[in-house]
Design a protein around this ligand. Sequence first.
Ligand code: CS2
Length: 493
Amino acid sequence: MSERLTSVDGLHDTALRPAYDRDAHGSGIVHIGLGAFHKAHQAVYTDDALAASGGDWRITGVSLRSTTPAEELAPQDGLYTVIERSAEGTNARVIGAMAAAYGLTTDRQAVLEALVAPATRIVSITVTEKGYGIDRATGGIDRAHPAIAADLADPDNPQGLAGLLVWALGQRRAAGVQPFTVLSCDNLPENGPLMRRLLVDFARHAAPDMVDFIAGEVAFPASMVDRITPARGAGTLSLAEDLIGHRDEAAIECEAFRQWVVEDHFPTGRPNWEAGGAIFVDDVKPYEDMKLRMLNGSHSMLAYSGFLAGHEYVRDVMADPALSTLVRRHLVAAAATIDPLPAVDFAEYARELEDRFRNPHLGHQTYQIAMDGTEKMPQRIFAPAVNALERELPLEPFAFATAAWMRYTLGRTDAGETFALRDPREAELTASNGAEPARDIVTRLLGLPGFCPAPLRDSAPWRQAVTDLLDLMLADGVQAAILKTASRHETTP
Ligand code: CS2
């Protein structure tokens, strides 16, 4: 067995490595949510920026709950391998942007110090949709969210995202240190304004003297992030070892494609992320709609229907002719709900997405994407469905995705195998006795508080479309429902 990765010495010649002296660059970013996605995305852009333009912009990575990412990275001096996999080949790149890796529960003092350090000018975030604690109905905090509730009760000892950031901004203000810029990199609609509302509302309850300061003095740029990054597979670490010549416990795999569209509002400065291909714009919303509705929307649709049809990976779904027809149909329907973007051809974007989903080298599990459905459906499926309803565009693609999600929430396949839902609202989803008719399931799930927007929930054609499809899935099985829906679509001009 080879030695563990602790420096770039002795890497295989073919492995890419940091093109800068790591020790010559201090930290300027605290990143919260040290998962595979951050390692595959923002950290790679930062690595490019450091190589191209330098600066004290290395990253202090923090996990709020798990200690595993820090345990993997710390013994490697923050180094890890990104294995990029596409039809063109596989290449390995060792990333040097991570200056330190902490778990909040084990390295609490170091995390708090990094958050208040004057050198920290940006706090970036990838905690997944459910990590924020947003009440979707009001846009403010969800007081039932465990971390929000704990931090409201003890704001001087914060554990969660909102509590930590409001606490740190308060400490900085008291010490006369400029606030950091808060950069959300999660797949949430208008993630910058959403982040601002969340912190302002948290402060309203926990630190009222901070409300105006957060609302007026802190920058919350929005961003659209994209790179398909499956959870680590059984072969990832041995592949990394083959490619770089060292053992790397922190290696990850992802596709070669990456995209980052960011609102250019960084009063405290930022790395030259353009060097990695990031695009800076005034308004991220149209890009975000495109990505959330086309990529993530079709992902969710194919995850629920594909998983129930017995497909483990996204690439298997794409090899199923009926499902790939439904993916294409969904992409077209989603594109029709988005305001035009002069620089982008949605048909071309859709074709690229299909190719990316077909990537034979990525083991992206449908079960992974199916997770946290109640957090994903609103922006991915319901938001475009509301526009489709308003504009009298086809509703069925969105109704199909919704029916597939509803069928999935029953927690069993047609063959009777059970599976865990893995959704923060699991208790509400499993309230059924198992023999409910489709109409009642639709009423119950569309009626979840703060979940489905009223115009959709109250639309008779929408409810009918979802009910008919769910009924078909329950009566004939998911496989047959997919075949029927796809063949109906193919014969419709
Ligand atoms: C996926 C995303 O798991 C999911 O819900 O849809 O993680 C998707 O792979 C990324 O957003 C791609 O950028």
